[in-house]
Design a protein around this ligand. Structure first.
Ligand code: DX5
Ligand code: ZN
Length: 216
């Protein structure tokens, strides 16, 4: 299996000093910055847009930014986030009327593609789009808020997704988002995930370096 990457989710960062928070988690060993975009429509919460992504981009140096779009619609935000420095753009299939078109649009703008699955969303959406995917994100909580508990049934879903990726022969990353903490990362990695996204477990810890090491 590939080396596990740690992606701190900025949702739990201190927004009064976001740039500093990002520099600190990168210095502490973060491999990727997870940027949660919520629209108070697809999910019951509201966060940040391309302007904030562009503001943090220079602070990220070479660390990739995965923009997790919890928005409906999807397509109109792809170009603005690509221009704002996103390396990956990940969206939820239910939020796009034409999933294949959204994936093409992300690639056209030079970003890597990701498809995110809510806990109750079927993996059937993967069937015809695997060749266009760089990342699959399995939500282990219902999206909208940090600090929720990992839904245990998602371990089986992660395993199933890893099997699908294995059979496809494509080098697709498998990320898990929601309720990830040092007590469940071993199981999550054994189930096949190679990217661990964590908000609370990192930004609410006293020492970011230790928190990241504990997750890895
Ligand atoms: C939830 C977001 C997550 C969130 C995870 O809707 O997509 O990225 O920040 O937070 P924790 O790690 O606290 O569950
Ligand atoms: Zn997220």
């Amino acid at each position: 299996m590939k080396h596990t990457l740690i992606a701190p989710s900025i949702l739990s960062a201190d927004f009064t000093k976001l740039g500093e928070e990002i520099e600190n988690v990168i210095a502490a060993g973060a491999d990727m910055i997870h940027f949660d975009v919520m629209d108070n429509h697809f999910v019951p919460n509201l966060t940040v847009g391309p302007l904030v992504c562009a503001a943090i981009h220079p602070r990220c140096s070479k660390t990739p930014i995965d923009v997790h779009l919890m928005t409906d619609p999807v397509d109109s935000l792809i170009e603005p986030f690509a221009k704002a420095g996103a390396s990956h753009i990940t969206f939820h299939p239910e939020a796009s009327r034409h999933i294949d078109r959204s994936l093409q649009l992300i690639k056209k703008h030079g970003c890597k593609t990701g498809l995110a699955f809510n806990p109750a969303t079927s993996l059937d959406y993967l069937e015809y789009v695997l060749p266009k995917l760089d990342l699959i994100l399995i939500m282990a909580v219902n999206p909208g808020f940090g600090g929720q508990s990992f839904i245990p049934e998602m371990l089986e879903k992660i395993k199933r997704t890893r099997e699908i990726i294995g059979k496809s022969g494509f080098a697709i990353d498998l990320a898990v988002d929601g309720g990830v903490n040092k007590d469940n990362t071993k199981q999550i990695q054994e189930a096949g995930a190679n990217i661990l996204i964590a908000g609370t477990a990192i930004f609410r810890a006293p020492n970011y370096k230790k928190a990241i090491q504990d997750l890895r």
